[in-house]
Ligand binder design. Structure first.
Ligand SMILES: *Cc1c(COP(=O)(O)O)cnc(C)c1O
Length: 376
């Protein structure tokens, strides 16, 4: 039996252990310590934000970002519909309601024109959302500038979910650094990992201080433990931050490896009829965190699910693209500003094995199995 080829697995190098060992040797085995401070500083430098808070997950980072944007029970928050559920679930943690916004075709991310129309309508009704969560999907930045301008016009804070977009560029900057706050994830499947963790970034130092305060049980500065607010236990450990420092040092290589996967796939079947690869918008570079493409069943004669199941039989893991949030049973009651784009991509879209640790044999196997399906 051949070895399974998985979608996206952790890719640990040689540097990580050095920082972890240092943490052991100095007994900084806690959610405080020198690796955390260094990871925050190094991360801020890489993405170009003034401040950062290392947290236990990207979801935790988004929860704090929304709380610090003042989101409260009964509020509405606009959110990209084409995403993973962690972009939307923190909205509900705060008792607020998501309203989903569909995508454009050039980036697969939130459509600025759709947002503009929706906010103009809401403004007339006197019912503006409390925040906008903008997702940068699969390593591809959304068109941030017009979206930020629209949000600014109405005084709505923009929060960027860049969990999948570390290493990407938008107009020579990092996505995640334009809004009031941005979040990143170091979950095991992301472009770099800490075995689980996240980062909140902002140019607002007060916001990050407040986030660190809330992330450590909201302890007021007293020798005894004094609390005037309810906080959370959301800090990253000094061990995990050590892994993160080692991973951050090889981020460029990881991006290059994932872009190479994508190029190999595109060369192999980019010209087949009915096949379209996820576009790369001209305002920046995608990391190609996952290599995504769509199969049009009318032209190809096979649909996405048939392809996925037949590859699974050959021990190759692929996955449908994210099912849009407005189609999720748990959000059935939520409104969606819908133009049909995310639904269409979901019907046809597949993510191929995309790890930065795939070797040439793995890639060749994926390519030849897909070509086999095609010529059958
Ligand atoms: C992974 C991910 C998150 C959540 O990050 P965790 O660290 O797993 O909590 C949020 N949004 C998107 C788009 C993601 O892909």
């Amino acid at each position: 039996m051949e070895q399974p080829i998985l979608l996206s697995t952790p890719h640990i190098g040689e540097q990580e252990l050095k920082f972890v060992k240092e943490a052991f040797d100095t007994n900084w085995v806690a959610p405080v310590g020198p690796n955390i401070d260094a990871f925050e500083q190094e991360f801020s430098q890489v993405v170009g934000s003034k401040h950062a808070a290392a947290l236990s997950s990207g979801t935790a980072a988004l929860h704090l970002a929304l709380k610090l944007a003042g989101v409260q029970p009964g509020d509405e928050v606009f959110c990209s519909t084409f995403t993973f559920i962690a972009s939307a679930s923190p909205i509900t943690y705060l008792g607020a309601q998501p309203v989903f916004v569909d995508s454009d075709r050039i980036s697969w991310n939130m459509d600025p024109n759709l947002l503009e129309t929706a906010l103009a309508q809401r403004d007339k009704l006197g019912k503006l959302p409390k925040a906008v969560v903008l997702v940068h999907l699969y390593g591809q930045s959304a068109d941030i500038e017009p979206i930020l301008q629209i949000c600014d016009r109405y005084g709505i804070p923009l929060i960027e979910d860049a969990a999948e977009a570390l290493g990407a560029t938008y107009k020579n900057t990092s996505p995640g650094t334009w809004g009031q706050a941005g979040i990143f994830s170091f979950n095991g499947n992301k472009i770099i990992t800490t075995s689980g963790g996240g980062m909140l970034v902002s140019n607002d130092g007060d916001l990050i201080s407040k986030a660190k305060f809330l992330a450590t049980q909201a302890r007021d500065p007293q020798p005894h433990y004094e609390h005037t607010e309810i906080g959370f236990n959301y800090r990253l450990s000094n061990i995990s931050a050590g892994i993160g420092r080692g991973q951050l040092a090889v981020l460029k290589d990881r991006v290059a490896a994932r872009r190479r996967n994508f190029d190999i796939y595109r060369q192999a079947f980019g010209d087949l009829p009915g096949v379209e690869f996820m576009p790369e918008a001209d305002f920046g570079t995608s990391t190609r965190w996952l290599s995504c493409l769509t199969f049009d069943p009318q032209t190809t004669g096979i649909n996405r699910e048939q392809i996925r199941l037949q590859l699974l039989e050959k021990q190759i893991e692929t996955r449908p693209v994210w099912k849009p949030m407005h189609l999720q049973p748990v959000f059935a009651h939520c409104e969606c500003i819908n133009n049909g784009v995310a639904e269409d991509i979901f019907q046809k879209g597949l993510c191929l094995p995309s790890g930065s640790n795939l070797n040439n044999d793995d890639l060749e196997r994926v390519v030849s199995e897909i070509l086999n399906l095609y010529t059958k």
